[in-house]
Design a protein around this ligand. Structure first.
Ligand SMILES: [Zn+2]
Length: 117
């Protein structure tokens, strides 16, 4: 991957992280249970789980994603970004465009999913 591409992905990752942090801030400071009852779409979820669990799950998911983004940003610095963690081959840039935190190439990902099933 050339420097221009790396810069592009770095910007993308930083922007994504900032968005997540902003959204996480909203989740923490605003009363989410009120938000859920106002927006009908979340009604089902609110019924299935306690509000507290719902809130924790969102924050956990965001936190994990932010961690992944940080790892990718470190990889960009180390010069290993875009390399598959499974086989060491370059991951298709189109795949990274769709999912910048992808750690595996499509072949390795498919293989992994086979084992998970
Ligand atoms: Zn691979």
């Amino acid at each position: 991957m050339d420097e221009k591409q790396l810069e592009h992905f770095e910007e993308k990752l930083i922007e994504w992280k900032n968005t997540l942090l902003r959204e996480a801030g909203v989740t923490i400071t605003e009363n989410l249970s009120e938000e859920i009852s106002r927006q009908g779409d979340f009604g089902d979820l609110a019924n299935k789980e306690t509000d507290q669990n719902f809130l924790l799950r969102i924050r956990d998911r965001e936190r994990k994603l932010i961690q992944k983004i940080d790892i990718c940003l470190q990889k960009i610095k180390d010069g290993t970004y875009g390399l598959c963690e499974g086989c060491g081959e370059e991951i298709n840039p189109k795949r990274l465009e769709a999912r910048p935190v992808a750690g595996l190439c499509i072949a390795c990902k498919t293989e992994q999913e086979k084992h998970e099933r």
